[in-house]
Design a protein around this ligand. Structure first.
Ligand code: A2P
Length: 342
């Protein structure tokens, strides 16, 4: 057994940075649900919400201002406060001796930083002993690699073509407010306000998440391609189309996979059903398949519509759904923290 990351204690000093946000709030819920041993909890956000009160397990906590917060003595900080905030403050926490699990994209592709999905590459955490920062992957990447892992271990994957159907919660609390408000405006025959998304999201589908790059892909699509190779430790050819849909919680993905050797739907169904963190729901006769409405609020990565791709040998289709705020962000971060104290 490898050496512990953090010395054993009854309870740990834990900071949640971005505690007032959509992911931060879910981190708190999951820490409570999973009975994470906390001796002292510190809730941190921007100066905008510093001084406000947030409840955890029935107790009120005053939110502290990140700019002035001293991280000395904190064992683990879960960050979900945006990339710029992480770039500035994660090193400050790490230098104070605290492990930072960062949900932003700031550190993910840094060669010295571990990018971890516990079911897929927990061994990568070893890299964090030196620099103490661990990156949580992109939400769409996390649920995809959990589904790819057992298949890739059985027969190496050659190529993946993925299209996403991503919920608005992935863009934060203001994005959820925008979908709710636009829906009400349209149902009341009013004109809509567009602030967060590049176009109206209510009753629409937007093939644009994050900024466009020179090659015509968006940064969200690029993240899925680059992060998958880093996490799986293999040069899988992957192309992605990332799409925002008017759903509050739960990302769905249509994934087409080509393998380097014999693979079929029956074998894939068995491999997926036996893999930790995956639940297979795949019964076309009963019209049973995973959907965002059912995945929301749950922990597993749900996989269904598993079928052979008749257009190409050794190829499969999967439909993969997960709660993007839980497994795609907060839960994955807490699972990493659980390894740090194991
Ligand atoms: P605040 O509420 O003070 O703005 P979401 O992803 O739901 O929009 O939430 C973003 C989270 O990140 C919030 O908790 C927000 O705090 C926090 N945040 C945003 N910018 C900063 C910053 N510069 N410093 C600290 N926390 C920040």
């Amino acid at each position: 057994m490898s050496e512990r990351f953090i010395e054993k204690k009854e309870g740990y000093k834990v900071a949640v940075v971005g505690a007032t946000g959509a992911v931060g709030q879910t981190m708190l819920e999951i820490l409570a649900e999973r009975k994470f041993p906390i001796a002292e909890l510190i809730l941190v956000a921007s100066s905008r919400s510093a001084g406000s009160v947030v409840a955890y397990k029935g107790k009120d906590y005053v939110v502290q201002d990140l700019e002035t917060f001293d991280p000395k003595g904190v064992d683990i900080a879960l960050f979900s406060a945006g990339g710029d905030t992480s770039k500035t403050h994660a090193p400050r926490f790490a230098e104070a001796g605290c492990y930072v699990v960062d949900n932003s994209s700031a550190w993910r592709m840094d060669e010295a930083i571990a990018l971890v999905v516990p079911e897929v590459n927990p061994e990568a955490l070893e890299m964090a002993r030196e620099n103490k920062i661990i990156a949580n992957p992109n939400c769409s990447t996390i649920q995809m690699v959990v589904a790819l892992k057992p298949l890739h271990d059985a027969v190496p994957i050659e190529r993946v073509v993925v299209s996403t159907y991503q919920a608005v919660s992935g863009a934060g609390g203001k994005a959820m407010d925008e979908l709710a408000k636009q829906t009400a405006q349209l149902l009341n025959a009013q004109s809509v306000d567009v602030n967060v998304f590049p176009a109206r999201i209510a009753f629409n589908v937007i093939p644009h998440i994050d900024v466009f790059m020179d090659d015509g892909y968006t940064k969200e699509e690029r993240k899925m391609m680059d992060e998958t190779c880093k996490i799986m430790g293999s040069d899988i050819a992957l192309t992605a189309t990332a799409v925002r849909v008017p759903v509050f919680y739960g990302h769905s993905e249509s994934i087409n996979i080509t393998f380097d050797g014999p693979m079929n739907a029956e074998k894939a169904r068995e491999l997926l059903a036996n893999f930790d963190g995956v639940c297979v729901v795949d019964d076309p006769a009963c019209e049973d398949y995973p959907m965002a409405t059912e995945a929301a609020g749950t922990d597993p990565v749900w996989v269904g519509r598993i079928r052979d791709d008749h257009s190409c040998p050794n190829s499969l289709h999967l439909w993969v759904v997960a709660d993007n705020v839980r497994k795609g962000a907060a839960l994955n971060a807490v699972q990493i923290a659980e390894i740090l104290i194991r």
